[in-house]
Design a protein around this ligand. Structure first.
Ligand code: SAH
Length: 378
């Protein structure tokens, strides 16, 4: 960035480091959730606030950026779900954390093939990053459909809705607890004991055993165990429960994580497609943790919502016809067949994204199962 003579260039990483040091000095070691919020979403210097991190030349690649087939199939899934809801005259088509807007753009293109569907749509995006909102606006200007932004799930337009979220839950801040002498303690970020310019993980205050975010199957973990709690999940579920109490809809979550709660540290930092130390230069790397689908489903059912899935991404996309779609694209562009086959492989193969990524719908009470997902009554 250009700077005026005598003025220091703005250094986002230095700002985040200074913010963290100041907070630690006044409040003591910070829970990992607070550290993640600062590093990812500080409005001036946070990782998402300052850049477009998604794509081959950037920090990480997501399913919609691998292939147009991903968004197209979700567009058809949306059209089918709309018909199953009785084709309401108006439908909110929302996306949480839309990244570059690629998935929504591919969904809308596919949606046009279904008579009456596109005209019913009110497209609304929930995005925390000003930088990515700009990219979304550019991408979606090509779709010639009005697009709006809402600040949160709570403020999306009212009415029947289909809500999509790909790799959104994984960047909601997590807490970590460590079992020490028969008690849970908050794992925190504090000063490094040997180098004041660096940060270190430290053990913080005791957390009561009946903390409602502790997954029940992990409550009796042995000393040394580390578990992750996801307070953001409960906020998402509360917002969906409020909305789905008055109007029908599904929220479709696609993310990576096991289908049962597991102990272990899954916090990871990715910069330029490489895993790096999460505490190294906060604000310059993406921070994520595995989604706990079992806990998410439990919270949803407790709130009176219906749950469908989770199923593995590979099986879900195959069920929606991704192989036929790949064959059709390859027939239209024989020169691209190899590329399309590789994209298909990355999305569905069990050694690639096919098994680690799961798809789960959280739905208004009593909604029929949406395409490709069985009812989950566990
Ligand atoms: N869904 C996109 C982007 C995934 S990256 C894709 O698949 O390519 C995560 C996205 O969620 C980014 O757009 C990020 O800015 C956004 N995000 C993360 N936490 C958010 C929050 N609390 N509120 C709104 N957007 C958020």
């Amino acid at each position: 960035m250009a700077s005026l003579p005598g003025e220091a260039a703005f250094d986002p990483a230095a700002r985040i480091a200074a913010n963290l040091r100041a907070r630690i000095a006044s409040q003591g070691p910070l829970p990992i959730s607070v550290f993640m919020m600062e590093a990812l979403f500080d409005p001036m210097a946070g990782f998402y606030a300052t850049r477009d991190p998604i794509g081959a030349g950037a920090d990480f690649v997501t399913a919609p950026e691998i292939s147009q087939m991903f968004g197209e199939l979700l567009g058809l899934w949306a059209a089918q779900s709309w018909q199953d809801m009785g084709s309401p005259e108006s439908l909110v088509l929302a996306e949480l954390g839309p990244g570059r807007g690629t998935m929504m753009s591919d969904m809308l293109r596919a949606a046009r093939a279904v008579p009456g569907f596109a005209v019913a749509l009110k497209v609304s995006l929930v995005e925390a990053s000003a930088a990515l909102k700009m990219v979304q606006g550019q991408t979606l200007s090509r779709s010639a459909m009005p697009v709006g932004w809402a600040k949160s799930i709570e403020t999306l337009p009212a009415g029947p809705a289909l809500i999509f979220a790909n790799e959104f839950l994984d960047c909601l801040p997590v807490r970590q607890l460590v079992r020490t002498d028969g008690q849970w303690r908050e794992r925190c970020v504090g000063p490094h004991p040997e180098d004041e310019d660096r940060l270190a993980f430290v053990t913080g205050p005791v957390v009561p055993d009946d903390d409602p975010f502790i997954p029940p199957d992990l409550a009796d973990s042995p000393d040394g165990a580390l578990i992750e709690l996801r307070p953001g999940d409960a906020q998402v579920i509360d917002a969906l429960a409020a909305r789905f109490a008055v109007s029908p809809g599904h929220a479709l979550f696609i993310d990576y994580g096991p289908d049962r709660s597991e102990a272990g540290d899954t916090l990871q930092a990715i910069r330029a497609h490489e895993k790096v130390d999460p505490l190294d230069a906060p604000g310059t790397a993406d921070l994520t943790a595995h989604v706990d689908f079992a806990m998410l489903a439990r919270l949803a059912r407790t709130a009176g919502l219906s749950v469908h899935g989770p199923v593995e991404q590979g099986a879900f996309l195959r069920g929606l016809g991704i192989e036929q779609r790949a064959a059709a694209l390859g027939a239209a562009r024989p020169d691209q067949r190899g590329v399309i086959a590789r994209q298909l492989h990355r999305l569905v193969d069990r050694a690639e994204m096919g098994a680690l990524f799961k798809v789960m719908a959280i739905s208004a009470p009593g909604m029929p199962a949406p395409p490709g997902l069985p009812a989950n009554a566990a």
